[in-house]
Write a protein that binds this ligand. Structure first.
Ligand code: PMP
Length: 360
């Protein structure tokens, strides 16, 4: 049976990438060793790191004003690290659009004051608060957003603009490389790798270099300072070599697909296929404001919690796995990142039709 994996992360990776990694697994470029057995300072790893960085720069149009960094600890460590480096007892603005935003701002409170400029918490994060209603701090150390909310299933369909002098930072864990955006609007973007970039174990961080000078070196440990990663090309200590290698393969694949404009086109098509079906159904419901719906994480519900559970179970029996909603919110969720082919979305909709007929 063909399996389509709708997991939110770690998530499915492009088949061609998995096969390439498999072919090279035990004997990388005829060295007699697998890449993960080789020195990070050796001749074979060096070009892999360089290619990962070059691919990111090309795909996201990143200039030399920015550093491209690979940092262990996932996106969650970035919640603390960015505040540790940039807050210094000042005020940071946060837009609270979901569980991950609220975790990010909780970490920041340890290093200064947090101003929540807007929140959709009271309505279970079912929308993105309108930018016109945000209460921004004029001299904030930074503004932090979460461009795509993996659990709630919302996104900034239109990314906001920064106010002059206040760098905008975004957690892009669940939508990086899914659509083009202007990196120059951001002081920093970061993403846990395990959705659109490769396996878990690191975060991709793209940081405007001048911001690294804001860190008080006497207060922030070496491994938690961005300057350490910039000065050592992400190799102050042993980096996650295998995760970087996989990111290089995944970004090669994104380039082969035609880059981010092509990714966005197919992602929009996949999401529209699923949302059109949901909108025309009286059985399934999307709990999310239409204008703010994520094209990566499609959240939906059947008429009852019992049916939600039956849906997830039967879908799995039909080769459609990992459709359970996040444990905090329940319901169902189909994560359809870059690697999910449209055939997977079509197979899901076919199953949804059958399930509806059987359970109406
Ligand atoms: N931010 C977002 C938007 C996420 O979806 C996740 C993980 N699902 C995280 C942060 C946390 O990522 P990590 O597990 O890499 O710390």
């Amino acid at each position: 049976m063909k399996i389509y994996n709708f997991a939110a992360g770690p998530a499915m990776l492009p088949k061609a990438v998995m096969e390439k990694a498999q072919a090279e697994f035990t004997n990388y470029q005829n060295s007699g060793s697998g890449l993960m057995e080789l020195s990070h300072r050796g001749k074979l790893f060096e070009p892999v790191l360089a290619r990962a960085e070059a691919n990111v720069r090309e795909l996201l149009n990143v200039s030399d004003d920015y550093a491209v960094l690979f940092i262990q600890g996932g996106a969650s460590m970035q919640f603390a690290m960015l505040a540790m480096n940039f807050l210094n007892g000042g005020v940071a603005d946060y837009v609270d659009t979901g569980v991950w935003s609220s975790k990010a701002l909780k970490e920041a409170k340890m290093f200064g004051s947090v101003n929540v400029v807007a929140s959709s918490k009271e309505t279970k994060y079912d929308h993105i608060p309108a930018e016109s209603e945000w209460k921004r701090t004029a001299d904030a150390a930074y503004l932090h957003i979460t461009s795509n909310n993996t659990i709630a299933g919302t996104r900034f369909t239109k990314l906001p603009k920064p106010t002059p002098g206040v760098p905008m930072l975004s957690d892009m864990s669940s939508d990086i490389m899914s659509r083009p955006f202007d990196i120059n609007d951001f002081g920093m973007v970061y993403a846990g790798a395990q959705k659109n970039l490769g396996p878990s174990g690191m975060a991709l961080v793209i940081l405007r270099k001048d911001l690294a000078a804001r860190t008080d070196d006497s207060k922030v440990p070496t491994m938690l300072r961005y300057s350490t990663y910039i000065e050592n090309d992400s190799m102050f200590n042993t980096p996650p070599t295998f995760a970087i290698y996989m990111l290089a393969l995944v970004t090669d694949w994104v380039r082969e697909q035609g880059g981010l404009a092509a990714m966005e086109k197919i992602n929009e098509e996949k999401a529209a296929y699923l949302y059109d079906f949901l909108d025309n159904s009286s059985f399934y419901k999307s709990p999310v404001a239409k204008a703010d719906r994520s094209i990566m994480n499609v959240v939906f519900r059947t008429p009852s919690e019992e049916l939600d559970a039956a849906f997830v179970k039967e879908a799995k029996e039909n080769g459609l796995t990992e459709l359970k909603g996040h444990r905090l919110v329940g319901g169902c969720r189909a994560s359809i990142y870059n690697a999910m082919p449209i055939e997977g979305v079509k197979a899901l909709v076919e199953f949804m039709k059958k399930f509806e007929l059987a359970n109406k």
